[in-house]
Design a protein around this ligand. Structure first.
Ligand code: AMP
Length: 398
């Protein structure tokens, strides 16, 4: 386990914190401040202990060039509002301007540095850039779980040059829920997986087959499993080259006595325009029947919802990653929202939503506050669930 911020003395120290302030912006306005809010416990802890919080983050993909479209300046303003205290801002994350801004800090104050990705060395994990960052701090804290799967200068490289190097509260929570809770779950452990591709999630499926009591599969992924069972899926999105992989997972589930539930009915459409969010004719396949040619499966059907809801309602631990259908289109979102509600209604279970589109769905369904934990990392949460070491975590003191 990574050492944590609670274990070290922060008073009067320059505390360099890698946060994930990669927030969505429209015309310079922040449209969702979730990631800033998620970093507050760590920042408030540093301030409360009299440390000097020096925050660095990336925003968007400026590709190693200074581009004001990706400036973190609006984030400094939003952070000041949330903390209800001044937040100073340096227009570079390294060099004399950043160093001078750090020199001016007193204990209990906050400084945000400009976008680390304005430097080409960031994504290359360049040692010189990492050393320049390291000069700013006496303590390094990584609280950016969302980028912990990338070995960049600010997430991994810098930790070699600042000691102690520890995890912040958000990072700690992510490691705890996605790591400990899924490795030693309270049973029954029900895993819900959806989304587009088996190929993206097969490692996770194989790993969770060793821990879960029940795995529920929805989304287009289910159609590759249907092919593996010798069924036809019409025009549905599927991966014929992953049929063998899917078949092996089904065999492993059988061997281990894991209930592996696929949809028993599907909502299908004869036409779909993702751009306008419209569909042509819709129909539900009768239970157990295949999707005919000319039709595309776009969501799980009502009988599948009932089947999945029953499994979810008796779980003690629930992990959910990936939507049950093309939830971005209103006509195809019922299965995903029904699953979200079923998870919310099981108040006995620890419910963990693992990043990306399922987080969006849970928010759209208005039940985010009913989940025990919502991961802030998309790719990072998937890699962590796969059992991979995350460079941003292994770089920390243990
Ligand atoms: P992922 O990033 O793998 O979790 O996949 C999420 C995407 O899968 C979303 O954009 C969904 O629209 C898409 N998806 C889910 N079900 C289907 C389906 N039946 N057909 C096509 N795309 C789907």
């Amino acid at each position: 386990m990574a050492k944590t911020i609670e274990e070290i003395d922060l008073a009067g120290k320059r505390v360099l914190v890698r946060v994930d302030f990669n927030v969505p912006l429209e015309n310079g306005q922040i449209t969702d401040n979730t990631r800033i809010v998620a970093a507050l416990p760590t920042i408030e802890h540093i301030v409360g202990k009299g440390g000097k919080a020096i925050l660095m983050s990336h925003l968007g993909r400026p590709k190693g060039e200074r581009n004001m479209k990706y400036s973190l300046q609006p984030v400094a303003e939003e952070l000041a509002r949330l903390l209800n205290m001044p937040v100073s801002f340096a227009s570079d994350c390294v060099g004399s301007e950043a160093e001078t801004a750090v020199d001016f800090l007193s204990g209990g104050s906050v400084l945000l540095l400009e976008n680390v990705r304005f430097h080409p060395g960031e994504e290359k994990n360049d040692a010189t850039l990492a050393q320049s960052m390291a000069r700013l701090g006496e303590v390094y804290v990584n609280d950016a779980f969302g980028t912990a799967h990338r070995a960049h200068a600010s997430t991994a490289g810098v930790a070699a040059y600042v000691k102690p190097a520890v995890a912040g509260f958000l990072m700690q929570k992510e490691l705890d829920f996605l790591g400990k809770q899924t490795a030693n779950p309270e049973h029954p452990f029900v895993v819900i997986l959806g989304g587009a591709k088996v190929s993206d999630k097969i490692t996770v499926i194989n790993r969770l087959l060793e821990k879960a009591d029940t795995i529920l599969i929805g989304g287009a992924m289910a159609y590759t499993f249907a092919l593996a069972q010798g069924r036809s899926v019409g025009n549905s999105l599927s991966e014929p080259d992953k049929v063998e992989v899917a078949r092996a997972a089904l065999a492993k589930a059988d061997e281990r006595g894991v209930k592996f539930l696929l949809p028993v009915d599907n909502l299908m459409v004869d036409n779909l325009d993702f751009g306008t969010g419209t569909v042509g004719n819709t129909k539900v396949t009768p239970e157990g029947e295949d999707i005919p040619d000319g039709w595309e499966g776009v969501d799980i059907g009502p009988k599948s919802v009932a089947l999945f809801t029953t499994a979810i309602s008796s779980a003690k631990t629930i992990l959910w990653n990936g939507p049950m259908g093309i939830f971005e289109i209103e006509a195809c979102n019922k299965g995903t929202f029904a699953v979200a509600n079923a998870v919310a209604e099981n108040k006995e279970a620890i419910s963990i939503v693992g990043g990306g589109d399922s987080v969006k769905a849970v928010k759209q369904a208005g039940i985010a506050d009913k989940m025990t934990f919502i991961s802030t990392g998309g790719g990072a949460s998937l890699e962590f669930l796969e059992g991979k070491d995350l460079p941003g975590v292994t770089a920390l003191d243990s």
